[in-house]
Design a protein around this ligand. Structure first.
Ligand code: GAR
Length: 209
C-alpha cells in the first residue's frame, strides 16, 4: 500500500521473541483493538517474532542495524519503510535499539515503547534485574511515547507488579510480561482514540480504557 496513510495502520519494531507483538496481533485479530498491523520490522534476522508475524500473513522486513554510516542513516531507512506502508503509529515491542531524532521527527508523538518497569525507575537495559537488585517491593510495566530522552517520554499507561521475596529475574519478568501484554493494546487504543493531549510531560487521556 504505497504511501497511503491510514490513522489505524501500525508498524511494529522488534528485535526478538515478539510476545508483545503477539499481544497486539491478538487484540487486533479479536476486535479488541481497531487497528491493522501494516508491517513488522526487525533489526535482527533471527528474531523469532518474525515467524509469528509471517504465520499470520503480516508483511515483515529485516533491516539490519549494522553497516550503516550513522544511526541517522539507519533511522531514516526505518522511517522510509514505515511511511511507504502508510504507518501512522509505530510500536516498539522489544526493539533493543535507541531511536534517534531522524525517526522521532518522522513520527512526532507517534512512537510508543513498552518497558518492563515503572518508569522513571529503572530505564535502559535489564530493568527487571535493576528492580530486583535495588530491592523495590513494587515494579511493573510502562507504555510511553518515545522522545529523545531514553525511556523518558510521556507515560500513557502503567501497571504495578509486586516483587516477591523469592523472585528471580525470570519469575519477576514473567509476571511483568503478563501486565505488558495487557496494557500495550490498551495504550495503543488510547493513543489511536486521539482524545488525548500533552500537558508538559503528562499524557492526559480520555476516560477510557
Ligand atoms: C519486553 O519485556 C519489553 O518490555 C522489553 O523487552 C521485552 C521484549 O519481549 N523491552 C525493553 O526492555 C526495552 N527497553 P518480547 O519480544 O517478547 O515482546
Amino acid at each position: 500500500m504505497n504511501g497511503t496513510s491510514d490513522a489505524r495502520r501500525l508498524g511494529i519494531l522488534i528485535s526478538g521473541r515478539g510476545s508483545n507483538l503477539h499481544a497486539l496481533m491478538d487484540a487486533s485479530a479479536h476486535g479488541k483493538l481497531d487497528a491493522r498491523i501494516a508491517v513488522v520490522i526487525s533489526n535482527r534476522a533471527d528474531a523469532s517474532g518474525l515467524d509469528r508475524a509471517r504465520d499470520a500473513g503480516i508483511a515483515t522486513i529485516v533491516l539490519d542495524h549494522r553497516g550503516w554510516a550513522s544511526r541517522d542513516e539507519y533511522d531514516l531507512a526505518l522511517a522510509r519503510e514505515l511511511k511507504h506502508r502508510g504507518v501512522a503509529l509505530v510500536c516498539l515491542a522489544g526493539f533493543m535499539r535507541l531511536v534517534g531524532p531522524a525517526l522521532i521527527e518522522a513520527f512526532p508523538n507517534a512512537i510508543l515503547n513498552i518497558h518492563p518497569s515503572l518508569l522513571p525507575s529503572f530505564p535502559g537495559l535489564n530493568a527487571q534485574r535493576q528492580a530486583l537488585e535495588r530491592g523495590v517491593k513494587i515494579t511493573g510495566a510502562t507504555v510511553h511515547l518515545v522522545t529523545g530522552e531514553l525511556d523518558g517520554g510521556p507515560i500513557v499507561l502503567q501497571s504495578p507488579v509486586s516483587v516477591l521475596d523469592d523472585d528471580t529475574v525470570d519469575s519477576l519478568s514473567a509476571r511483568i510480561l503478563i501486565e505488558e501484554h495487557r496494557i500495550y493494546p490498551d495504550a495503543v487504543r488510547a493513543v489511536l482514540s486521539e482524545s488525548w493531549r500533552l500537558d508538559g510531560r503528562r499524557f492526559v487521556g480520555s476516560e477510557e480504557p
